[in-house]
Design a protein around this ligand. Structure first.
Ligand code: GRF
Length: 190
């Protein structure tokens, strides 16, 4: 029997996409990358791993609903069951959320509900909190607000710079996201 299929949504570098691909053995196949930035580095990574891509430019569509309908069509055509957001810099609208209810997860570089939105690592660093971390959560209509699946703490040290902190957080992300995906896929098969 064919493995369950998943899509990753990403807008930028794609280090999480790469971590997911490298991890392998997830219980599902990453069969599509959705990207809203034609020049994004993640597209080179998709090519390297031979993952088909759907790249779009939001402003070419008359509305958010219109581009999301096209995304849902791409997902359906590719037989996608799970959606993993990995640095996708857009809030999902009703069209995708309804089509994939309970099947979309996201990774965010803070201990949600603290520091949602953009530059979560910078927000934590500037706030001089003792610890921050990484959250994997289900996606709803809000900005980083869906039910939390897993979290891991990252301590902020006196000597940290924004770069050293970012590196440690990314290491945690790259370890945590594939593990959570694997567990989630496994649980839903049982
Ligand atoms: C990650 O920090 C992720 O948590 C956030 O966006 C960033 C994407 O980084 N949602 P990358 O493109 O995977 O390197």
């Amino acid at each position: 029997m064919r493995n369950i299929r998943a899509a990753v949504f990403a807008s930028g570098t794609g280090s999480n996409f790469e971590a997911i691909m490298k991890a392998g053995n997830l219980g599902c196949d990453i069969h599509l990358l959705i990207c809203d930035q034609p020049g994004a580095t993640v597209l080179e990574k998709a090519k390297h791993y031979s993952v088909p891509t759907y790249v779009f430019t939001a402003k070419d569509f008359p509305s958010k609903q219109a581009y999301e309908e096209q995304i849902v069509k791409q997902l359906h055509d590719a037989g996608i069951y799970w959606v993993f957001l990995a640095g996708y810099m857009r809030i999902l609208g009703k069209t995708i959320l309804r089509a994939y209810e309970g099947k979309i997860i996201n990774i965010h570089p803070s201990l949600l509900p603290v520091f949602p939105g953009k530059d979560a690592i910078g927000q934590a660093f500037t706030a001089k909190v003792a610890k921050t971390g990484v959250t994997v959560h289900y996606v709803d209509e809000g900005m980083d607000t869906g039910p939390i699946i897993a979290q891991e703490e990252v301590e902020i040290f006196e000597y940290d710079t924004i770069d050293t902190l970012k590196n440690r957080i990314q290491k945690v992300e790259h370890d945590l996201y594939p593990r959570v995906i694997k567990a989630l896929v496994q649980k839903n098969k049982a």
